[in-house]
Design a protein around this ligand. Structure first.
Ligand code: GYE
Length: 342
């Protein structure tokens, strides 16, 4: 082959390679585009929901997260974007802003504390995205900044605990005795902490012999609940009642009390009043270690799906949906334990 013949061959090979490359790309991009179309088509009708959860501080919280994930599935017509804020309001605000920039159809969030939401909620409103509050409340000037709220009457939960103690002291003839109380609070500034505190105090204030010795936050966790309880046991020799604003803190508090050589229960040194009523706590109610557990229902996912469904159909929704809750004591708890899934 002469020099120009060799050149021609090289050129031809290069040309073929380029063509193969172009066609190849074409084929690949054709497949990819097809897949994207199918993917987009499949998701086009889904309702996109951005959900900012507080964190995973308690059994209640993980159950609540699961219940939303179970309700807002693709099969049910939803595309759920989940974000865990790890107890930080700034993370929740960031998540909300990212939902706004992604133009989700709905924002759902459980605000870690009540204050400081006006600006980001105004941004959501400007973007035309309805906001649904779940579990906890916000404290905003303009209530139209959120569409609706699904949760528990936490103030009533606090009252229920107070009423139980009232009745128990009456039945056991201890109405005249000085009753020393410690309150283990949840996350300070959260609606569950504020509501449970004020509901209980409303009842406590009716009795001059009920003394709230101290209240400190155990941040709704077992570890912190135990730590705070240890401090309280060191500081106060005579504690009759511990009001622990969730079961996780209660587990820690009971450990601390027992390790200090004191006992819990109706025949023990300290009465425990708890909230949430998760399965492990119900077992302790049955055992007599927790005197009363006021239920707080975390399974709010199906209510959420129902409310979004109504909004999708253009129906009017209520401003608040309050879930039903019970009170568990040794007298009634046994029949509820088996069916408890969390
Ligand atoms: O009681 C606690 C949780 O806001 C009602 O938050 C909720 C509370 C619940 O972490 O366990």
């Amino acid at each position: 082959m002469n020099k120009s013949g060799w050149h021609k061959t090289v050129m031809a090979v290069m040309l073929v390679s380029v063509l193969v490359l172009i066609c190849g790309c074409g084929i690949f991009s054709g497949v990819a585009a097809g897949e994207t179309d199918a993917y987009e088509e499949e998701n086009a009708n889904l309702v996109v929901v951005g959900f900012s959860q507080i964190g995973s501080e308690s059994v209640w919280r993980t159950t609540n997260t699961l219940s939303v994930q179970k309700a807002l599935t693709k099969e049910n017509g939803y595309f759920l974007i989940f974000n865990n804020a790890r107890q930080k309001q700034e993370n929740q605000i960031k998540a909300l802003r990212s939902f706004i920039s992604q133009r989700v159809d709905y924002i759902v969030f459980s605000p870690v504390t009540e204050n400081g939401w006006d600006t980001v909620l105004e941004e959501a409103r400007e973007a035309g995205i309805p906001v649904i509050l779940m579990d906890r409340m916000v404290n905003v000037e303009d209530a139209s900044l959120y569409t609706t709220w699904i949760g528990s009457d936490v103030e009533e939960e606090g009252r229920k605990a107070g009423r139980w103690l009232e009745q128990y002291l009456r039945i056991t003839n201890r109405q005249k005795e000085d009753i020393n109380i410690i309150v283990l609070q949840g996350t300070l500034g959260s609606s569950s902490q504020r509501g449970r505190s004020s509901g209980f105090v409303e009842i406590a204030n009716q009795y001059t012999n009920w003394h709230i010795l101290d209240q400190r936050s155990g941040e709704f966790t077992t570890a912190k609940g135990k730590e705070i309880m240890e401090q309280m046991l060191d500081r106060y020799a005579d504690i009759d009642v511990v009001v622990s604003q969730n079961d996780d803190m209660t587990f820690g508090a009971i450990e601390a009390i027992e390790e200090s050589g004191r006992s819990v229960g109706r025949n023990g040194d300290i009465l425990i009043l708890s909230f949430d009523a998760v399965k492990d706590a119900l077992l302790l109610v049955e055992e007599g270690k927790i005197a009363v557990d006021v239920e707080c229902n975390p399974e709010q996912g199906m209510y959420l799906a129902e409310v979004i469904g109504m909004l999708e159909r253009g129906e009017k929704v209520e401003k608040a949906y309050v879930v039903e809750e019970k009170v568990f004591t040794k007298e009634n708890v046994s029949k509820y334990i088996e069916s408890r899934t969390y």
